[in-house]
Design a protein around this ligand. Structure first.
Ligand SMILES: Cc1cc2nc3c(=O)[nH]c(=O)nc-3n(C[C@H](O)[C@H](O)[C@H](O)COP(=O)(O)OP(=O)(O)OC[C@H]3O[C@@H](n4cnc5c(N)ncnc54)[C@H](O)[C@@H]3O)c2cc1C
Length: 309
């Protein structure tokens, strides 16, 4: 049986695993490795240490479906809607720019539930805290090394992490990428930003008329969402949660600062925007070094097949 390794338990890795299981007649042994401690990648949902049901989406907030993709990816949307993984976004997001024919969806159980849905469907063996460092060719197999533990051999390896992390890998993989491909891949840029998740006690009121708001007038904060309100899961037993995304200039300037310092700066700015916000019972500050891909990603799409070894 062919052994397939998918590196990355984000949306791309989980969907890739589910599609390989669904559409390949050949028997495959699927394995997914991720360096993180949970699935989700940039679609991670964090839980309060005081109540695992109090959650916040720290990366992607909602899924925008264009009219083109509504047709092209209809079966995916139908499946996720039928399982209750996605629901239409009905709460108000101030400052959101909508194009004709677009609609938005949220994941009531948190955006990482999309990834968990596909991973479950794939039946893959999933291993966390496995950081891939090297890929070498040994006797017609790909030998994959990680930070801890022995290397393992696979027939096929699919890399789904952001391009800069692929370019950091050592071993024979470096010789597979031509100089031209490397230049194109190196030209792919990503924005950087921070996300701060705030968890509150049950019964806390956050009295604003919106579920989310884009901010244009603050140097630090770009987006705020009352996350449980955005997902339409307000409850008297579970406290509300709030997420703040910083602007990209703030993220870039503070990329190498300590998370504690950055969290304090975000708090100060948040107090200006939402004065009198009650103190949270827990917080989670997340640095997104590779947040969203920049304008020049198309330059590299023609050499993206190199990531499929
Ligand atoms: C702040 C923010 C807001 C966003 N908002 C939206 C939004 O509203 N709507 C939307 O559609 N999209 C949004 N996005 C983009 C969306 O989250 C990403 O496009 C999507 O999650 C990418 O999924 P992926 O699986 O391709 O990559 P990732 O989610 O990055 O998954 C890659 C995985 O690879 C793992 N990995 C990396 N290196 C290694 C290694 N060496 N060994 C093992 N594992 C490794 C990582 O831990 C990660 O889990 C947002 C992203 C961010 C950061």
């Amino acid at each position: 049986m062919a052994r397939v390794l998918i590196v990355g338990a984000g949306l791309t890795g989980s969907l890739c695993a589910a599609l390989l299981r669904r559409e390949t007649a050949r028997p495959l042994h699927l394995t997914v490795w991720d360096k993180a401690g949970d699935s989700g990648g940039r679609m991670i949902t964090a839980s309060s240490p005081h109540n695992s049901q109090c959650t916040v989406d720290l990366g992607a907030q909602y899924i925008t479906c264009t009219s083109h993709h509504a047709k092209k990816h209809q079966s995916f949307y139908d499946e996720l809607l039928a399982h209750g993984v996605l629901k239409p976004l009905t709460s108000p997001i101030e400052g959101m720019v909508m194009k004709d024919g677009e609609c938005n969806f949220v994941a009531p159980q948190g955006v990482s539930s999309i990834i968990k849905h596909y991973l479950k469907e794939s039946g893959a063996d999933i291993c966390f805290r496995q950081c891939v460092t090297q890929i070498n060719l040994r006797n017609d197999k790909w030998e994959v090394s990680k930070e801890t533990g022995s290397p393992e051999q696979f027939d096929i390896v699919v890399l789904t992490m952001p391009v800069p992390q692929i370019l950091q890998l050592q071993g024979d993989i470096t010789n597979l990428i031509s100089e031209r491909q490397r230049q194109q891949l190196e030209s792919v840029s990503y924005s950087s930003r921070y996300a701060l998740g705030l968890f509150y006690e049950a019964g806390t009121k956050i009295d604003v008329p919106w579920a989310g708001q884009y901010i244009n007038s603050n140097p630090c904060i770009r987006f705020i969402s009352i996350d449980n309100k955005k997902r339409n899961i307000e409850s008297s037993e579970i406290g509300p949660s709030l997420v703040v995304h910083t602007t990209v200039p703030f993220g870039v300037t503070h990329l190498e600062h300590s998370t504690e310092d950055v969290q304090e700066l975000i708090f100060q700015q948040l107090e200006d925007i939402l004065p009198g916000l009650p103190p949270p019972v827990a917080t989670k500050c997340q640095k997104w070094r590779h947040s969203q891909v920049g304008w020049n990603w198309k330059a590299a799409t023609d050499c993206m097949n190199i990531i499929k070894l």
